[in-house]
Design a protein around this ligand. Structure first.
Ligand SMILES: [Zn+2]
Length: 306
């Protein structure tokens, strides 16, 4: 848990709500797909509970609550799973994002336990790619002793993302509610130091893995496209975060999207492609282990869990 949460931070979703009794359980490590010789595994970093109002900051509370209720979701609390995707390819094990670590919200920071339970030797993880530098994706990179969770890995983050957060004037570019995110990003990126490389959207960042520009949630946010022959699977990061609202109302603006208009444009374009090409997706905050597909519904879309 954070110490000294301000009310604004609480409103932005950094504050936990003491309702987690109904959080659906999932296995901590699940094989969710195979792509050629590669095994795609989803590890759970836990589940956090944040105010449901954060799902759409640009909607009236009653409209959002009614939409959530009609879709079978609680109108007061949003229980968000944290799904960390890994790719096993022979001896190579690569992670996409790293969980929240010990300093974020109650319910998160369980990746290390999930790895241990699955018998994963952390020293054998050779690569980590970040979608963006928000706390729940980045802070788990360092363990409770401030040592890298994966001691022998090469790490990489989008160049635009690193540059945004490491700018010495970053606080002036952000509302106060994001200042703790910025402090954490600077801390962890600084601790990773020379171990952290950068890449740009469009680059092949690992064999069969390319970075897609899905900016808007953060300035440098990317998703990853995994390909094998004609098969493709997209690791979304936070381009689509809510199983109902992100799909049925892609124009609504989550409080966690730093560039609202750009995030909306990104979502519309991405959803159109995902539905047209019937691609498999894995969402960091989508339910279960985050895997599913996208279908068109009425004038928008819906998420079909795998
Ligand atoms: Zn997230």
């Amino acid at each position: 848990m954070f110490k000294n949460l301000t009310r604004r931070e609480t409103l932005l979703g950094l504050g936990a709500i003491a309702i987690s009794a109904f959080a659906p359980a999932r296995a901590r490590a699940v094989t969710i797909a195979r792509l050629g010789a590669r095994e795609i595994i989803s590890f759970s970093d836990g589940i956090v509970s944040v105010p449901a109002g954060l799902v759409a900051r640009d909607r009236a509370a009653e409209e959002l609550a009614a939409t959530l209720r009609a879709g079978g979701f609680p109108a007061d609390v949003n229980r968000m799973p944290l799904n960390v995707t890994a790719i096993r390819d022979g001896d190579s094990l690569m992670f996409m994002d790293c969980g929240a670590g010990a300093r974020f919200l109650e319910g998160s920071g369980k990746l290390a336990a999930a790895l241990e339970e699955a018998g994963i030797d952390r020293a054998k993880v050779n690569r980590v790619l970040f979608t963006h530098a928000h706390a729940d994706h980045l802070w788990g990179a360092m363990d409770e002793f401030d040592e890298p969770l994966f001691p022998n890995a090469r790490w990489a983050i989008p160049l635009a993302e690193r540059d945004f957060w490491m700018d010495k004037n970053v606080l002036q570019k952000l509302p106060e509610a994001f200042h703790m995110m910025a402090a954490g990003a600077q801390r962890v990126i600084g601790q990773l130091g020379d171990r952290l490389e950068t890449f740009r959207p469009g680059e092949e960042v690992a064999p069969g893995v390319s970075a897609l520009d899905t900016g808007g949630h953060t300035p440098g946010h990317v998703s990853f496209e995994l390909r094998s022959g004609s098969e493709s699977l997209i690791v979304l990061g936070d381009a689509l975060t809510h199983p109902l609202v992100s799909f049925a109302h892609p124009g609504w603006m989550p409080a966690s999207d730093q560039e609202g208009e750009r995030a909306v444009a990104t979502r519309r374009k991405l959803l159109d492609r995902l539905a047209s090409e019937k691609l498999r997706v894995i969402g960091y905050h989508l339910p279960g282990a985050g895997a599913g597909q996208v279908e068109r519904k009425d004038s928008a879309f819906r998420f079909i869990p795998a």
